[in-house]
Ligand binder design. Structure first.
Ligand code: NAD
Length: 542
């Protein structure tokens, strides 16, 4: 019986392993990658009410860097599976919601330790295979960020529960943080294994039951997440994973009276569509569903004339091209002053030209493949567009080839038009567009940055002039939910830089922070009066 106020372990960020070639950690991860690559093709079931559900619709999974290699199949479902998953979730709800919080905490703390230990190589290797991340990108995402999500969320949960109202003499006021009345629908993107897991785990930690729909291109690593949940002791039905076409799932979920929340990360267009579906069905729900969505970005780097050219060039090459630019935070537009451009250009072209591209099992490759054919065609379409225009020019990269895998050279274009299409639209690939501005037009340029895109996710200012830094903070106040000074605009760490953007980039509920967890609770205020009045007459009545 829980009869004490328990303290949870203090969360600290999981140390990131460096994977220097020749070390044991490097050998172990590459061996796991090879083992998973060479094993018989796996079959990924759906997970509904603790059952592993298979169908006749088996769809192949191939690494983006080797499209002909089948590493397994996932079982694709239909509307009946969505209905079954909702039913299983609702069946599990009563017992899960009633489980003391410390028991829920234990499950996710155990998940963190399993992932830090026996699951680490497997989760990283699955992410290298499924999403074509190099060892370091896999480590910071699939291992460290996810471990941090689990541990910090447990700690933030206790902060929330400790937040209690005042009580005057004669009464006791309490706040109970109930889970939502219904189920939460988690819809996740391909690009971060950690986000895929966190979107189902965060509501579950707060006592909710979840139907989770991963992106089809992430199914291989999604399975390892479900295996981790099973090993950690998440009870059957609490998190149900389905693989169904988005609109098919949406059609059942958004019409269901017990939909209590949407936890979404993905593109802005899809999020707007889902919000509208919820709006169209609003009169049919038992409660108003919580809508949390982190979406697209058109993230910027602004350099001031006082910046250091080598620092600007490195912020550009790392910020734009790590994980092939497939980060919502990736720099995709840069504003460089005329005095620095010749040196920045020389350095950044040198850096990008030295990138090696290929399979992630060769750790000398900085760049791997983009996720799938649809992404490849979209990104290469943007590159062709740049080539066809007079007001932009490619200074490095520009080639692409999908014969073996979906490889696109990191590409930098320079434009004379600050509203050029690739300065405004999210490409979600390794393409950076640069606008060179008059070094004396800094303030106007900041206004331009603010007004150029519909998004407001991340951005950075590179400068050594303190007045210039402060001016950027003020003019760009609403242009980014994560703002960096003298750093690249990527690489937010749980517990350190709570992540999320506003405007077209999302509801800014900051994943991995108490703000997000609060959305998965519905507080009940309890007032207890100790000596209850027995006469209706107040003193003023005389
Ligand atoms: P996407 O929008 O194509 O897909 C996201 C999820 O939505 C997938 O699971 C997909 O199957 C599902 N989906 C699509 N249509 C649907 C429908 N009609 N009904 C229900 N579900 C539907 O995004 P993606 O390509 O997987 O990921 C890339 C996008 O995610 C980029 O725009 C990126 O900026 C964004 N992203 C944002 C953040 C952030 O924190 N802001 C983080 C990662 C990715």
């Amino acid at each position: 019986m829980s009869n004490a106020f328990f303290n949870v372990p203090i969360a600290i960020n999981e140390p990131v392993k460096a994977y220097k070639p020749g070390t044991d950690e490097h050998k172990s991860l590459i061996a796991k990658y090879k083992e998973m690559y060479n094993q018989a093709p796996v079959e990924v079931p759906m997970y509904i009410g603790g059952e592993h559900v298979k169908t006749n619709d088996k769809r192949p999974m191939a690494p983006p860097h080797e499209r002909s290699k089948v590493i397994g199949h996932y079982n694709h479902g239909d509307a009946s599976h969505v209905e079954a998953a909702i039913e299983a979730a609702l069946k599990a709800r009563k017992e899960w919601a009633a489980l003391p919080w410390d028991q829920r905490a234990s499950i996710f703390l155990r998940a963190a330790d399993l992932l830090a230990g026996p699951f680490r190589d497997r989760m990283n290797a699955a992410t290298m295979l499924a999403q074509s991340k190099n060892v370091f990108q896999a480590e910071i995402d699939a291992a460290c960020e996810l471990i941090d999500f689990f541990r910090f969320n447990v700690q933030y949960m206790t902060h929330i529960y400790k937040e209690q109202p005042e009580s005057l003499p004669g009464m006791w006021n309490r706040l109970q943080y109930r889970p939502l009345e219904g189920f939460v629908f988690a819809v996740t993107p391909f690009n971060f294994t950690s986000i895929a897991a966190n979107l189902s785990a965060a509501p579950a930690l707060m006592g909710n039951v979840v139907v989770w729909k991963p992106a089809e291109s992430q199914m291989y690593s999604a399975q390892v997440i479900m295996e981790l949940y099973e090993a950690a002791g998440v009870p059957p039905g609490v998190i149900n994973m389905i693989s169904v076409d988005g609109p098919v799932a949406g059609d059942v979920v958004f019409k269901h009276k017990d939909l209590a929340g949407l936890h979404f990360t993905g593109s802005t267009g899809v999020f707007r569509h889902l919000w509208k579906e919820i709006g169209d069905n609003i009169a049919n729900y038992k409660s108003y569903p919580r809508i949390v969505g982190e979406t697209g970005g058109k993230d910027f780097i602004v350099a001031h004339k006082s910046a250091n050219p080598a620092e600007v060039a490195t912020a550009m090459s790392r910020g734009a091209f790590e994980f092939q630019g497939q980060k919502c935070s990736a720099a995709s537009r840069a504003y460089v002053p005329s005095n620095l451009w010749p040196e920045v250009k020389k350095l950044v072209v040198e850096q990008v030209s030295s990138f090696k591209m290929g399979s992630p099992d060769d750790s000398s490759n900085f760049i791997n493949a983009v996720i799938d054919e649809r992404a490849f065609d979209k990104i290469s379409g943007y590159i062709d567009y740049i080539k066809s225009q007079d007001d932009a020019e490619i200074i490095v990269g520009g080639n692409y080839d999908k014969s073996t895998g979906y490889f696109i050279e990191p590409t930098i274009a320079v434009t004379t038009n600050p509203k050029f299409r690739t300065m405004c639209e999210e490409i979600f690939g390794p393409v950076l567009t640069v606008y060179v501005y008059d070094e004396n037009a800094y303030e106007e340029t900041l206004h331009l940055v603010d007004e150029t895109s519909e998004y407001a996710l991340t951005g950075s200012i590179m400068a050594y002039d303190r007045y210039a830094i402060n001016m950027a903070l003020e003019i760009l106040e609403n242009a980014a939910g994560n703002f960096y000074i003298n750093d690249k605009p990527t690489g937010a760490v749980v517990g350190q830089q709570p992540f999320g953007g506003a405007r077209g980039s999302g509801t800014n509920d900051k994943a991995g922070a108490a703000m997000n967890l609060l959305r998965w609770t519905s507080a009940r205020t309890i007032k207890e009066t100790f000596v209850t009045p027995t006469d209706y007459r107040y003193p003023f009545l005389g």
